[in-house]
Design a protein around this ligand. Structure first.
Ligand code: 6PG
Length: 251
């Protein structure tokens, strides 16, 4: 099981405030180390509701961070205009980006002004190749990827049984064929090449899926396939999300 693995940690916090404090400290540690090592810190951020409180706290706490050494990417995006209420980039602008002194060229949104999600994925891949100076066949190494988990076990925009799950490209289009927006997502080889991956999961409605991921390792759930090749994996959760975990939930 994951829980016996040295590189996997589960941190249960009392509430969103404690989660934010923990994550801001971790952000500082990881970024300091990355900047010392390679001169910059590259993180990929997720959308959804869960991380909103953290982005707001990061904006407050991060006034003095070295934003000129920090590059922010997205783990996934809905293929909608940046002005759309469901755009992750829009959410990030409102909660974080407009409140911090990060240079314009250091924010790398997934382009959506394209004929289809296929072109978006292609353009994002080109951006990753350019930024990380990748040779063919190489994958970018993010210092940190922050992910959420849906009740169906999806993470980023890797959905159960979706073709993106086995895509070996850097970014993949996700065509949902229903009323949901199409999306673009980083792929598993990119996610698993990160130095640190943190799943941020809160609320009792996520308790069943978290148990299936951490304790049952149910392979039908995309989040189970997230496991860094060399880096660290942390589940940063509240008591509600951990309620069905034998070792970490309520007793
Ligand atoms: C998104 C995500 C997605 C999200 C989960 C959890 O932009 O929607 O990247 O993977 O993290 O769906 O979403 P909630 O935080 O809203 O529960």
């Amino acid at each position: 099981m994951y829980s016996d693995d040295q590189r996997l940690n589960i941190q249960v916090c009392e509430d969103e405030e404690k989660i934010s404090q923990f994550l801001i400290l971790r952000w500082q540690e990881i970024s300091r180390e990355a900047i010392l090592k390679r001169g910059f810190f590259a993180a990929a951020l997720s959308g959804g509701k869960t991380p909103v409180f953290f982005y707001r706290r990061l904006a407050q706490a991060g006034k003095s961070f070295s934003w000129d050494r920090i590059h922010l990417f997205l783990a996934d995006e809905r293929w909608v205009d940046f002005t759309h209420p469901d755009s992750t980039y829009r959410m990030l602008q409102e909660t974080l980006l407009r409140k911090i002194p990060i240079p314009d060229g250091h924010v790398h949104p997934i382009p959506v002004n394209t004929p289809s999600p296929y072109e978006s994925a292609k353009l994002y891949e080109e951006e990753l190749v350019r930024f990380f100076r990748l040779s063919p066949g190489q994958f970018p190494c993010f210092d940190l990827i922050l992910l959420g988990i849906g009740q169906d076990g999806h993470t980023a925009s890797l959905f159960p049984s979706g073709s993106a799950l086995s895509d070996q490209a850097l970014a993949s289009p996700v065509i949902l064929n229903d009323k949901r927006h199409d999306r673009v997502t980083l792929t598993l080889p990119v996610i698993n090449n990160a130095s640190d991956i943190i799943f941020l999961v809160t609320g009792e409605d996520k308790a069943p899926v978290l148990r299936r991921i951490i304790e049952e390792r149910d392979r039908s759930l995309p989040a189970v396939w997230v496991y860094p090749d060399r880096g660290n994996l942390l589940f940063l959760i509240d008591r509600g999300a951990g309620a069905q975990l034998h070792r970490h939930g309520r007793t």
